[in-house]
Ligand binder design. Structure first.
Ligand SMILES: [Zn+2]
Length: 242
């Protein structure tokens, strides 16, 4: 099976009453089962570095799967990391540095719920424990609507802010809302990111485009059968470098 998979999670927890898009919440119990399943079936949970190595034909890992968590919610610390840590799984959290320690100000009106985001102290603690952090832009703006300095501030600014706080190189970018255009991609490359992640559905093949990496979204309604199906059967998502 010559392909890699990046799973995309948002919240690990139970949706509060009245929250729109409750599908973005994966119950902790399901999450635990999914992680055990990965281990039990011999998938190798790897870092994003290994995914990029796979794309470049430089990885020897069999059945690589990487785990990503968008937005940097507090429930990653509370519900996801204890499970991942006990299994020894690496994970990447895409944070929004301009909102760290606050809430999802970019969509709380629409979602009808304020979701707590990881603060810098918790981010530092998680980093020390082995979690990787990368950028999800400065303010979770839809980037194709921006140009010039405003776009630069989201892409370059978030990298600089995050690197200063965690004292690590920030190599990956995740497009807010999955929105991007040619100018966005050029800015992401110019800022020095090594790869960028979309919300496009599918798995990853060798020689794919590292700035349009597809992922597989795991939702509240993803039962174990569907989870297995997604891991084994997905064939879509081939996207080659130009
Ligand atoms: Zn997001």
């Amino acid at each position: 099976m010559d392909r890699a998979i990046v799973l995309m999670y948002h919240n690990i927890g139970r949706p509060p009453k009245g929250a729109k898009l409750p599908g973005l919440y994966v119950p902790p119990q399901s999450f635990r089962l999914q992680m055990r399943y990965l281990k039990g079936l011999g998938f190798n949970v790897v870092s994003l570095n290994e995914i990029v190595a796979f794309i470049n034909g430089k990885s020897k890992v069999k059945r690589p799967v990487a785990l990503t968590f968008d937005d940097g919610f507090q429930d990653f610390h509370d519900n996801a990391w204890p499970v991942l840590r006990s299994l020894g799984f690496p994970a990447t959290v895409f944070v929004v540095p301009g909102c760290a320690g606050g809430d999802n100000q970019w969509d709380y009106e629409y979602l009808n719920v304020r979701k707590k985001l990881l603060g810098w102290d918790t981010i530092a603690k998680l980093k020390d424990e082995g979690v990787s952090f990368s950028s999800h832009s400065m303010t979770h703006a839809s980037l194709p609507s921006l140009t010039g300095e405003a776009l630069r501030a989201e892409v370059f600014g978030s990298k600089a802010a995050l690197e200063e706080k965690i004292n690590r190189s920030v190599d990956y970018f995740c497009y807010p809302y999955g929105d991007y255009n040619e100018e966005t991609v050029e800015m992401v490359k110019a800022a020095g990111y090594k790869a960028a992640f979309t919300t496009r559905r599918g798995c990853i093949f060798k020689a794919g485009n590292p700035f349009e990496i597809h992922r597989i979204s795991i939702k509240r309604t993803t039962g174990m059968l569907t989870f297995a199906y997604k891991l084994y059967m997905y064939k879509c998502g081939q996207q080659f470098q130009k």
